[in-house]
Write a protein that binds this ligand. Structure first.
Ligand SMILES: [Zn+2]
Length: 135
């Protein structure tokens, strides 16, 4: 399986810019709810548990486990032609939130709860995006 990267660009809004900037430093950010203490993903504006909007960003460990995935054999966008098959899925961060990500693991090795670690990939415009490799 190839781990080549597609020739894509990622446009980042001001609200999520800190998340992508942190990925460029090899760090994944989550938000911690000041009302209940649970962690949630960075892009949300409310706590998944209690709906509070009193959230503060924090650095996560970068460790996670594989939850679900799909192997893409036929790309749906020309930018991804030539790198198939590739894997995309969700990981559960050690802090709790699920994060969509590119999965940099051979399909034969994919299994539920597989330990993974952050291995950010970089789009052609220099923006890092979430990717995880086997821990
Ligand atoms: Zn909460």
């Amino acid at each position: 399986m190839s781990f080549d990267l597609p020739d894509i660009t990622i446009d980042v809004t001001e609200r999520v810019a800190p998340f992508f900037e942190a990925l460029g430093r090899g760090v994944v950010l989550v938000q911690r709810c000041k009302a209940c203490g649970d962690a949630t993903t960075y892009e949300t504006t409310r706590c998944d548990t209690c709906q509070s909007d009193d959230l503060v960003g924090e650095e996560a460990s970068g460790t996670a486990k594989l939850v679900t995935w799909t192997v893409i054999d036929r790309p749906t966008h020309p930018a991804f032609n030539g790198i198939e098959p590739y894997v995309t899925g969700y990981v559960e961060l050690a802090e709790g939130p699920w994060l969509p990500a590119r999965i940099l693991i051979d399909r034969a090795d994919l299994r539920p709860d597989l330990a993974v670690k952050l291995a950010p990939a970089t789009a052609s415009n220099g923006t890092a995006y979430p990717a995880f490799a086997q821990a």
